[in-house]
Write a protein of this length. Sequence first.
Length: 253
Amino acid sequence: MPTQFPSVTLLVTHYNRSQSLERLLQAFQKQEIVFGDIVVSDDGSKSEQVVRLKELAANYNFRLVSAPQNKGLGNNINKGQDAVKTAYTLYVQEDFDPFAGYAVHLSNALTIMEERPDVDIARFYAYFKYPYLKPYKFGFSEMVFKIWYPGYKKFHVYSDHPHLRRSTYFEKFGRYAEGLKGDRTEFMMNLSFIKKKGKAVFYEDYKKLFDQVNSSDEPSTMTRSDLRQSNNPLVVLARALYRNVKHTWEVLF
């Protein structure tokens, strides 16, 4: 029996990866998760991709928000969010797939946000476990940020990874910065989230709800410098110290 989420719009940002998008939509369809609406925001994909997007829109009944040219992650999220009409937005980039049983966790996150007007987002995925968590319920914990807590990972309260948020999000935190690289766009929103005292809950078993799939046919479109990805211990230490000082300055000033 389908699980209905009439107050939630699935917002997917897309760029030249229509196979990944179709796999994501199929995953929700197979689990019989039904949203109040689905919006796909495309960032100026190639013409053949746009043709495929229009075919998928007819098959999966989503609204396609197009762009004449690539304008970056910030613009793509902004115009996609502008199109949302429901009270809540489930934001997912096209290379993530929900694991079986996801509907239960989405329902639990929605329950928390309806019970707790102070909670701005519920996070479902991360690359690492947030270091300062206060257990709440349903496997979710409140994320606790204090500027004096050690380590740079404390700054990553907000993330572009899959999360549920209120569709009034821009009213509190502002729009995404445009004209910047994707990582910087994300962190600028993170700074806004911290400075405006945003509150988030984090699913502690953070790799069990979504799978990030970057196939050889459709690899990630995000690129990072070698220094940012190096596992050399000295580079890792220097990077951690630099980030902690830099981010502290950005939050305070």
